[in-house]
Write a protein that binds this ligand. Sequence first.
Ligand code: ADP
Ligand code: MG
Length: 266
Amino acid sequence: MMDGYRVVRVIGEGSFGRALLVRPANSQEQFVLKEIRVTKSRRGADSSHREAALLSTMNHPNIVAFRDSFEADEHLYIVMEYCAGGDILQRIKGQRNALFTQDVILNWFGQMCLGTKYIHDQRVLHRDLKSKNIFLASNGAVKLGDFGSACVLKSSEAYAYTYVGTPYYVSPEIWDSKPYNNKSDVWSLGCVLYELCTLRHPFQAASWKSLILKVCRGAYPPLPSHLPYELHHLIKHMFKTNPRDRPSLNTILTSHRISRLLRKHL
Ligand code: ADP
Ligand code: MG
């Protein structure tokens, strides 16, 4: 029992600590309790409080809902909505080699776009969009989660970015030590869309050096030809090496050639 929550089981383990499935006393509802170690000396302390603070201001069907946060002996706890469908990476692995249908790709990707547009409209950058940080609720809703790397963009402020996780989703400008911006999230979302289309990462290599080279050239294996032209076209633009040439979420949802297809599937 922890602050009125009973632990059902551990559902994830990460560098931060653990993710637990919990149930409030006297309730059948389930939530996720993310446990984050916060030792005073660590520079991570601020970022975990930022994660809770940021998540608590979000209110959108495609963002994991915040419920509560509290501190107890060297740990910060964030209580949030439980997404029973697991993360998108698990779903991709579960496909074995069977490709997702076009309807699933467009519906899931459209929901990711709505969630990302919502946070960008609030000047929040996610900075760690990847299939492992995007969740499925039991009602089929797709939800962006893990705001542990997110930040609020203040005008004229540039953010240097030190990346610690998996490198597959990192955009050319980050490898080039340029500041992270909203289009860097667009690049990462492009990587997730490509994964939905092919079940593979667009940029993969045996060494860091050749991975970075591929990313900085924007060179990815072609998509299956049966996919609609609009998807080929969109991915090509999301992987433009110059962030200015990439579409914003607003453009993707309203004026890009894909937008009509996306709206039809939402
Ligand atoms: P980390 O900072 O370690 O990446 P995450 O918030 O991504 O932390 O959580 C780690 C793992 O726990 C996820 O990859 C997922 O498998 C599980 N998890 C986290 N939040 C939820 C949630 N709201 N619903 C279902 N599973 C979750
Ligand atoms: Mg994560």
